[in-house]
Design a binder for this molecule. Structure first.
Ligand code: NAP
Length: 247
């Protein structure tokens, strides 16, 4: 596992937005951030799941989170700008942005992928993170040292057959990360990096490997040290890096 011991108050006073915060790795990330003192903005498409995470955070006595129900497949530029306005009015800044939400899409030969499935996947996995990042830039600039994380995949660094648009979308995210990181280098206090979670026990992993024993893989909570490291001040000078949550 990524070797990092986060101090209990690592993210005190920070505002961190996590996409896909209702389930899997995003849920674990939201809970870990809140447990380390952050005010978390829970973005996702299923309100009931976001509310369940909200309740968990409140019950634990962590900073009160905010809920933002948004379907990244249909969200338009105005939705992202409205969200930025709301966050600006409420918090005045954004210290962390975790692009975690994604879909697996069809895992088949590329020439059997339906065009509409390709487009849907690119909308959620690539276009939405681009549009959300763009809208959040003024808020990220308003934070003393903001961190943007793109959640990638091993097939976004070395593609494999049958991983279809998902693999291509993760390559695009790595490209988005590199361009943005290079643009911010020396010109702002924003750092931009990617994390490959590695095999993790979630619904997406189950869908990708239905025959696998789930217990073989770590829980989402186990892979949080890499996320906490990149979101906290210890990674202030780390920019443009592709990290592995499993070390
Ligand atoms: P997951 O359990 O399927 O969770 C995905 C999250 O994304 C869910 O909260 C889901 O919301 C949200 N989401 C999907 N479509 C959305 C949309 N249109 N609008 C808003 N939110 C949407 O998957 P996971 O395994 O935690 O994956 C998290 C990240 O890790 C992804 O980027 C994935 O590619 C990456 N990853 C995972 C593994 C692994 O082994 N698990 C390995 C490598 C990379 P709903 O619950 O409401 O559908």
């Amino acid at each position: 596992m990524f070797d990092y011991q986060a101090s209990p108050d690592l993210l005190q006073g920070r505002v961190i937005l996590v996409t896909g915060a209702g389930d899997g790795i995003g849920r674990a990330c939201a809970l870990a951030c809140a447990a380390h003192g952050a005010t978390v903005v829970l973005l996702g498409r299923t309100l009931a799941k976001l509310e369940a995470v909200y309740d968990e955070i409140e019950k634990a006595g962590y900073p009160q989170p905010a809920i933002c129900p948004l379907n990244l497949e249909t969200a338009a530029e105005k939705d992202y700008n409205d969200l930025a306005d709301q966050l600006f009015d409420t918090f005045g800044k954004l210290d962390g942005l975790v692009h975690n939400a994604a879909q697996l899409g069809p895992r088949t030969l590329l020439d059997q992928v339906k065009n509409e499935d390709w487009l849907r996947l690119m909308q959620v996995n690539v276009n939405a993170p681009f549009a959300l990042t763009k809208a959040m830039m003024p808020l990220l600039r308003a934070a003393p040292d903001a961190s943007v994380i793109f959640v990638s995949s091993s097939v976004g660094r070395r593609a494999r057959a049958y991983w279809g648009p998902y693999a291509v979308s993760k390559f695009a995210l790595e490209g988005l990360m590199q361009v943005l990181a290079d643009e911010q280098e020396g010109t702002s206090e924003i750092r931009v990096n990617s994390i490959n979670p590695g095999a993790t026990r979630t619904a997406m992993r189950k869908a990708a490997y239905p025959a696998e024993e789930p217990e073989k893989n770590p829980e989402p909570a186990d892979i949080m040290p890499a996320f906490l490291y990149l979101l906290g001040p210890d990674s202030r000078k780390v920019n443009g890096q592709a990290l592995d949550a499993r070390g």
